[in-house]
Write a protein that binds this ligand. Structure first.
Ligand code: ADP
Length: 348
């Protein structure tokens, strides 16, 4: 019997059983010449009731309940053993259970679809960003080379300048590709941390020294709010945390105040962690952009970032590094007043 015709066939079967039962009783009555009395009516009611009960019960079981059970068990398999156990304890309300499970299943599938659609949009945007970012240096290189081939090579005034610009564009492409490679390593979980115990106060001083010349050029001073000899031992990957600090301090210089810039690095002691804060008194970030600041290629001011040589991937890498340490990084900022990045590290 096909499922399509099941309701009509089930109804026909039940009607036939009840009618045949009634005709049989009536036939017996006529053949035996029995008189209609209260006892016979009672017996007829009992027989008809029993026949209707068995027929409806059998049909429901055979055509509806057993099929629903298969559907329910199939969803139950996907839903895990816990749900299957519930079915077994709840045989009577299979319709209610199926209804509930299907609704839950629908919500879960919808969530998965939304997630996939989001990822798809993100992937498309990311591919667009990569090609856009690489296009600029490629077109620049093409322009310089064509100019050099068109006679520029012999022109003493421009040949070296164009070659230097070509080299700068190549450097930019290399920086983008290296950063992308690093992000993809983090995302595919290939990159392992090399954790050890080190002094974060000492490492911060080393980074400040490394960026001192650049800071001075930008009229910016770097202040570390901690006595030099105070040891702050943490357990982390030193090379990676150095990378985080370089990135944050470098950004603080790039997006800092052009005159009298001040970068303050402070440490706060929490139970199991040390909180590191890098603050500047620079241009700040508008509140609407704060949730997107760690996204790949997100920049508040694209031209300023490119002019400073930024790939737009620094903060995405920083976030990956901190999260690989199972720690967190946050940002707070006020346009025109400055920005503070804070991240935690595990105390040794
Ligand atoms: P990049 O600096 O290469 O553009 P990042 O990922 O390091 O890329 O930073 C992303 C964007 O966040 C920057 O382009 C800039 O707009 C903003 N930003 C980062 N740090 C600061 C800061 N200290 N002050 C103001 N804006 C910042």
């Amino acid at each position: 019997m096909s499922i399509k015709h099941a309701p009509r066939n089930v109804a026909l079967l039940n009607a036939a059983v009840i009618t045949l039962t009634f005709l049989s009783i009536y036939g017996v009555m006529v053949l035996t010449g029995m008189q209609l009395n209260a006892g016979f009516l009672f017996l007829t009611a009992v027989i008809l009731f029993t026949a209707a009960y068995i027929s409806v019960y059998y049909s429901l079981n055979r055509f509806i309940y057993n099929r629903l059970k298969v559907i329910y068990k199939t969803i139950g398999k996907w839903h895990g053993t816990q749900r299957r156990q519930q079915t077994d304890n709840n045989q009577d309300d299979i319709l209610g259970m199926v209804n509930q499970v299907v609704l839950e299943w629908h919500d879960e599938q919808q969530q998965k679809i939304d997630e996939l659609q989001k990822m798809e949009a993100y992937r498309r945007e990311f591919l667009g960003n990569v090609s856009h970012e690489l296009k600029t240096p490629i077109f620049n290189i093409q322009g310089y080379i064509l100019s050099l081939l068109d006679g520029g090579l012999k022109d003493e005034k421009i040949n070296k300048k164009f070659l230097k610009k070509t080299a700068k564009s190549v450097d930019r492409m290399i920086a983008i590709v290296q950063d992308l490679e690093e992000i993809s390593k983090f995302e595919s979980g290939v990159l392992n941390l090399n954790e050890s115990v080190f002094d974060i106060n000492e490492l911060t001083r080393e980074v400040a020294e490394f960026l001192e010349v650049k800071a001075e050029k930008n009229n910016t001073e770097i202040v570390i709010k901690e006595p030099e000899n105070r040891k702050l031992k943490v357990m982390a990957d030193k090379v990676r945390i150095r990378q985080v600090l370089v990135n944050l301090v470098d950004n603080a210089i790039n997006y800092g105040k052009p005159e009298n810039g001040r970068i303050v690095i402070s440490f706060y002691d929490f139970h199991d962690n040390i909180l590191v804060e890098v603050s500047d008194n620079g241009i700040g970030i508008p509140e609407v952009f704060l949730p997107r600041i760690f996204e790949r290629f997100f920049r508040v001011d694209k031209s300023r970032s490119r002019e400073k040589g930024g790939t737009g991937l620094g903060l995405a890498i920083v976030k990956h590094i901190i999260e690989a340490h199972r720690q967190s990084i946050t940002v707070r900022s006020k346009p025109g007043k400055g920005t503070t990045f804070s991240f935690t590290l595990k105390k040794a």
